[in-house]
Design a binder for this molecule. Structure first.
Ligand code: 1CP
Length: 393
């Protein structure tokens, strides 16, 4: 399957996706002819992300492709997790599955943030029921020497670009496709901890004991993420989300030293890189889970959209960030365990509080595997219904 696909897909990046990213109008035309993407029919999500008026509130769900869907479990059953990530056909199928069920306003490419440490040369496996596992995590400063050169690492990720191009074609312009990556600090936690952790004590030990080595690692990650995200846009991603899922483990000081500068740098360099390559700008979303303490800074970090988890009150968030950014979020995912009536009530409250414009509805974090797909549908429908009513009043 994979071999057929690589034969049928145009060689977007014959050598490395990044050396010689096309510049200027002529090459942009060349790229779009090469990819020949269908015209976008529903731009509500993109309009809201850019701060333009919309007729209703667009909605998508973090982890909308996932184990809560029986068809996802069936597709995933045949292969281990990272083999699935390396198969453009499988990633495309998994990305499209939730869109066949629900009238979502955006798709997010099926992949994982941990493909970046893998591309840097680290071994990562996904242990069923346990989560990610790095048999040889970073223990000493000299372990950084094991990491591959960032440019070489980014060019390892061609399979993600292929998945994006294929999915954008198969989406047939129905909704925009979001690309994503983990932010440097969040990726560092996995590389140092060797997997998930409730305290991040090892990763934080690095920040306190080896600040210079930590900055070096975060810099290496940033140097991979910038061409990786630009490559996703060149391949067809129409928006980008950066996941700083472990922001909450850092207090204000550590966050401002070890997370925020890299979050800012990614946005700045991706935007400059897109321009240099002659690619149209795409809206960028920063989602820093439990990072409410840095909301003002995040709103000024160079992203068009700030994602919120459910611990932040929408009205207060809007007061704190001002009007210059779009907000995204933030229903407690566990609210989907409630009845459809209750979901409707909670959605209405959320929409009233965020207001009708400069807003993208989502959950405050990802869907859980035991969630009922019907409730996900109820959430999406409630957002569409109430947001239209809100605009009529
Ligand atoms: O076998 C499986 O199906 C495993 C479950 C799974 C899935 C569906 C994992 C393992 N990753 C993914 C896909 C995925 N991961 C997507 C695309 C699907 C979609 O959103 O529709 C995305 C955007 C991610 C991003 C991701 N991976 C994040 C950031 C978002 C978040 O949840 O905060 C993180 C932290 C990861 C790491 C990861 N991947 C998978 C697991 C179990 C973990 C560890 C989570 C943890 O440490 O608690």
């Amino acid at each position: 399957m994979e071999q057929n696909l690589s034969r049928s897909l145009p060689p977007l990046f014959p050598q490395s996706p990044f050396q010689g990213l096309p510049c200027g109008t002529a090459s942009r035309d060349f790229l779009s002819r090469l990819q020949n993407f269908p015209e976008l029919k529903n731009d509500t999500f993109l309009r809201a992300a850019w701060g333009e008026e919309t007729d209703y509130t667009p909605v998508w769900c973090m982890r909308q492709a996932g184990r809560y869907l029986p068809e996802f479990r069936e597709t995933r059953a045949a292969q281990d997790f990272f083999s699935t990530c390396r198969s453009p056909e499988a990633c495309c199928e998994l990305t499209l599955q939730p869109l066949r069920r629900f009238p979502l306003d955006a798709a997010i490419i099926f992949s994982d943030i941990l493909v970046v440490p893998q591309a840097l040369g680290m071994e990562v496996t996904m242990v069923p029921g346990k989560g990610p596992s790095f048999p040889e995590p970073l223990r000493e400063e000299r372990d950084l020497e094991r990491l591959r050169d960032p440019a070489a690492a980014a060019s390892e990720l061609g399979y993600v670009f292929q998945a994006i191009t294929l999915t954008r074609q198969r989406l047939a312009g129905r909704v925009p496709l979001i690309g994503f990556a983990g932010a440097p600090w969040t990726l560092m936690t996995y590389m140092v901890e060797g997997g998930s952790s409730s305290t991040m004590a090892q990763a934080k030990r690095w920040l306190y004991q080896r600040p210079q080595a930590s900055h070096k690692l975060l810099g290496i990650l940033t140097d991979v993420l910038v061409p990786y995200l630009i490559g996703q846009v060149a391949a067809g991603a129409q928006a980008l989300q950066l996941f700083e899922s472990h922001a909450g483990h850092l207090g204000t000081e550590l966050f401002s030293k070890f997370a925020l500068p890299y979050i800012r740098d990614v946005a700045k360099r991706v935007k400059a890189g897109l321009q240099k390559a002659g690619l149209a700008p795409v809206p960028m979303i920063i989602f820093a889970k439990d990072g409410h303490f840095a909301l003002e800074e995040l709103a000024q970090a160079g992203y068009e959209v700030v994602g919120l988890d459910w611990t932040v009150a929408p009205k207060k968030a809007r007061e704190r960030v001002g009007k210059a950014v779009t907000l995204q979020g933030n229903l407690d995912p566990c609210a989907l365990y409630a009845s459809e009536e209750e979901i409707g009530r909670l959605v209405q409250q959320m929409l009233d509080d965020f207001g009708p414009q400069r807003y993208i509805a989502n959950l405050g974090h990802g869907l859980y595997p035991d969630m009922d797909p019907e409730r996900v549908g109820a959430f999406v429908d409630a957002v569409h219904k109430h947001s239209r009513l809100l605009r009529q009043n």
